[in-house]
Write a protein that binds this ligand. Structure first.
Ligand code: AMP
Length: 490
């Protein structure tokens, strides 16, 4: 099994001047990545933090974030990647929940937070290239990173990934996908999402180049397509939603990205219509549908999507049946075991005990996903709970409900996914107010949305708000979501 840091060190020795990371015309070489991260590690070690105390790394697609990730783990600490797009209240919640004692930042923080903040740039300013001893590095079953994901309790939960989880995942990637020498991996996902791990570590461990695109570029199609055209990318990693967005522009094809040979999709249902279109636009590229939750380190199974497969099934499989690490419970729930199963949620033993179990000596994660087997393949058929994927983002509608319920004018609410052509396209919420509306519903919605944006990232804020006197109940006395969903389709 690879040692992540040892492999990156080897790449830095072999080709120090090679580009490890590029974003928006900024380039970080392997030599800089290695030496800068040593400097960050030395600065951290001087602070005398307890080993394995998590460190928050804050920013968006900056090369210094990658430097800070490696600096933290070289000093023996897991990092928590936090994208700068999240509201400050959510950042505070993560700080409190994780008990982090340091935040490394790659951009100015416009809010006061309760722990010391240091700019990564300041840490790498000292001109010393003294290496950090490998005996200090995060190793084996120690925690390497923690990713916070939406939680049904109303607060995000921190998934702890160990050094050996990550090494197993990277080894699996190297063994299963055709990654040529000197590849360029495209990274679309902010580092706070584990999809980014799918390109970050296979790229660095293999001595390849990572080409990142920013949210700003994504919001501006001309910049996005200029960046894609100039990237020389060979491996595309994204959610299907992002590919769908690119497909809206006719320019996105093999002429724009002639080096592209491999598409890796993960994180949500890959619609056959998207695959068919990509096959036409990129006739020489291979397309893979990968499946897995953050709790089992990015992905644990995949299928190569061929034309025959698209013709054979209405919905694409997420893997073959022959995966020793995947099994189905009686009710169809997908359970994952094996070396990539996380160490559980940080400081949340009850949540951990609910989803992570030891069965016959094997550590398992109950995914909450439902699956079924057909013709030798495993298929995904939905969720057991209220977790959803909206435009590629993982959300617990219960977390949104709790946040809306905390707003002073609100007495009760329910958040529902709105489905169109088998796909969740937006969120709608039914709200019962403490006091009857005196002003317009439009004004109230504006007020609630604005208040929510202090706590939730924009992708978690429902598009429509509807005000009702009471929520309909089913015979068990629970909110009748089915009836509400039927109202939506009327
Ligand atoms: P995340 O932790 O954000 O990676 O989200 C994990 C969840 O995304 C899984 O539990 C599934 O519900 C869903 N998911 C991941 N990959 C796929 C896929 N290929 N097809 C369908 N759903 C997927």
């Amino acid at each position: 099994m690879v040692s992540i840091l040892a492999a990156i060190e080897q790449a830095a020795r072999k080709h120090p001047a090679k580009t490890a990371y590029q974003v928006d015309q900024v380039i970080l070489t392997y030599s800089d990545l290695w030496h800068f991260s040593d400097r960050v590690a030395h600065s951290i070690m001087k602070l005398g933090l307890q080993r394995q105390q998590p460190i928050i790394v804050y920013g968006h697609m900056s090369p210094f974030q990658i430097v800070a990730f490696l600096g933290a783990v070289k000093a023996g600490h897991p990092y928590i990647p936090v994208d700068s797009s999240i509201p400050s209240e959510r950042l505070q919640t993560i700080i409190a929940a994780s008990d982090a004692k340091l935040l490394l930042s790659t951009e100015p923080l416009h809010t006061n937070i309760s722990i010391p903040v240091t700019a990564v740039e300041d840490m790498i300013a000292q001109p010393s290239n003294e290496p950090v001893q490998p005996s200090c590095w995060v190793r084996d079953e120690e925690i390497y990173y923690i990713i916070y994901t939406s939680g049904s309790t109303g607060k995000p939960k921190g998934v702890q990934i160990t050094a050996s989880n990550l090494a197993s995942f990277v080894t699996w990637m190297q063994e299963n996908f055709p990654i040529q020498e000197s590849s360029v991996f495209l990274n679309q996902a902010p580092y706070s999402f584990d999809l980014s791990v799918m390109d970050l570590y296979p790229a660095l461990v293999g001595g390849h180049t990572l080409h990142a695109i920013t949210q700003e570029q994504i919001a501006n199609p001309k910049d996005l397509f200029d960046s894609l055209a100039g990237s020389n990318s060979t491996v595309w990693t994204s959610t299907p939603s992002f590919a769908k967005m690119c497909l809206m522009n006719k320019e996105w094809n093999q002429d724009l990205m002639p080096a592209l040979t491999t598409f890796l999709f993960c994180g949500e249902v890959l619609p056959p219509s998207v695959v068919k279109e990509i096959m036409q636009r990129f006739p020489h590229a291979g397309i893979y549908n990968l499946y897995g939750p953050t709790e089992t380190t990015v992905a644990v199974s995949y299928v190569k999507v061929t034309e025959e497969l698209v013709d054979q099934f209405e919905q694409l499989p997420i893997g073959p049946l022959s995966n020793p690490n995947i099994s189905l419970l009686e009710d169809g729930e997908i359970v994952i075991s094996g070396p990539t199963v996380s160490a559980g949620y940080l400081k949340a033993p009850e949540l951990t005990a609910k989803s992570f179990q030891l069965l016959n000596g094997k550590r398992m994660y109950k995914t909450g996903d439902l699956g079924y087997e057909k013709d030798g393949y495993l298929f995904f058929s939905g969720r057991k709970d209220y977790q959803i994927k909206l435009h590629g983002y993982r959300l617990e509608t219960e977390e949104i409900e709790k946040q809306i319920g905390n707003l002073p004018p609100v007495s009760d609410c329910v958040v529902l996914p709105i489905v169109k052509d088998d796909e969740i396209v937006s969120l709608s919420t039914y709200v019962v107010l403490q006091e009857p509306l005196t002003d317009s519903a439009f004004k109230m919605t504006k007020q609630l949305k604005s208040a929510l944006s202090d706590y939730l990232p924009s992708y978690m804020i429902p598009k429509t708000f509807k005000y009702v006197e009471a929520l309909p109940l089913n015979p068990n006395g629970k909110v009748d979501r089915k009836r509400l969903a039927a109202w939506e389709t009327v």
